[in-house]
Design a protein around this ligand. Structure first.
Ligand code: ADE
Ligand code: ZN
Length: 337
């Protein structure tokens, strides 16, 4: 129907996507094969087609922590600069087919360094793949580092030192707080955020209120000083935190189908989209881990559209807020507008 065609045709900005979560089964198999890894059959459900060919889809997840185990397992095939370049380039091709003009992409550099890879291979490999996609499709991109909260507070500080040279070279633009949330309050990672500020980072975000409480959203704002909240859904469901996010103009990066896939919500109707629009709580709609959830940014847009029956004016506001809540340079924002 007409309105849905309009939503399909929108140009998008993606402010919340993890590069590891964008690795399709096909790319994983290709990289596994060239690196001499066994195929991780147990991560996938297989469909046999009439012609005898088989396709794989990542299996369903039970919750965030179980998902993170699969996500980490999938990354084990990544070894060389070429692998990271292919991964970034594959995302850019898929992003292009979903109308993405600008993407801000989390990269878990420390995971690879802890496994013995060279940070240069990870970051320069990704940069090469993203740059190629930018040249081909005109998609702008910013890489965001993250403190990984399955690690200790001290390890996260060391993680910031890994990022230092790449921030200085302008390759890693901002900083987030990712991975398991329950029992890992944002304040525990203040030393990492302080170190990131010393290094010169100025753009901060945090996953908060995904499967953790509303109080973690407040803590990320008060203690870590972030200006963006990833997911934030338990905060949005809390009257006081909602009011604050709305008043401060904090960008909240929603990932609706991720929340369904990880059983963080039971139903998309739980996301108070109408109330957010009416109270000018600024949000964007994103994929989080599109290949691992088998749902890309367009799927998220369409799912929200169907559930909440949004108007053209609503979508224009969401697009406008997403562009202006991005960390793209001012000239780029104007171009995208
Ligand atoms: N890393 C990748 N996906 C994530 C998610 N949904 N929450 C926290 N950390 C993540
Ligand atoms: Zn995320």
């Amino acid at each position: 129907h007409q309105q849905e065609a309009f939503v399909h045709a929108l140009r998008r900005v993606e402010l919340h996507v993890h590069i590891e979560g964008a690795m399709t089964p096909e790319l994983l198999f290709k990289i596994a094969k060239r690196n001499g890894f066994e195929m991780e059959h147990d991560l996938f459900d297989w469909t046999t087609h009439p012609d005898g060919s088989e396709t794989a889809m990542y299996k369903e997840y039970t919750d965030l922590n179980q998902f993170l185990n699969v996500y980490t397992k999938a990354t084990e095939v990544l070894q060389t600069r070429q692998d990271f370049s292919d991964l970034a380039h594959e995302y850019m091709c898929n992003a292009h087919s979903h109308g993405v003009m600008h993407a801000e992409i989390f990269v878990d550099v420390q995971t690879y360094v802890d496994r013995g890879l060279q940070a240069d291979d990870v970051v320069h490999g990704l940069e090469q793949g993203f740059r190629k996609g930018q040249q081909e499709f005109g998609i702008s991109y910013l890489m965001l580092g993250c403190a990984l909260r399955h690690l200790s507070a001290d390890q996260c500080v060391a993680g910031m030192e890994i990022l230092r040279p790449y921030h200085e070279k302008g390759l890693i633009h901002g900083m987030g707080l990712c991975s398991m949330e329950k029992g890992q309050p944002p304040s525990k990672f203040l030393p990492a955020f302080q170190r990131a500020r010393e290094i010169g980072f100025e753009r901060f975000t945090a996953h908060a209120g995904e499967d953790g409480p509303a109080a973690y959203v407040s803590e990320a704002l008060d203690v870590l000083g972030v200006t963006r909240i990833d997911h934030g859904i338990n905060g949005i469901k809390d009257e006081e935190v909602f009011e604050r996010l709305s008043r401060q103009g904090t960008m909240v990066t929603l990932c609706p189908l991720s929340n369904i896939a990880l059983n963080v919500i039971d139903h998309l109707g739980e996301l108070p989209i109408r109330k957010m629009l009416d109270n000018d709580l600024k949000f964007s709609i994103n994929s989080d881990d599109p290949a691992l959830f088998n749902s890309w940014i367009t799927d998220n847009f369409i799912a929200i559209h169907k559930e909440h029956a949004l108007s053209k004016a609503d979508w224009i506001k969401i697009s406008h807020d997403s562009i202006h809540g991005s960390w793209a340079a001012q000239e780029r924002k104007e171009e995208m507008q």
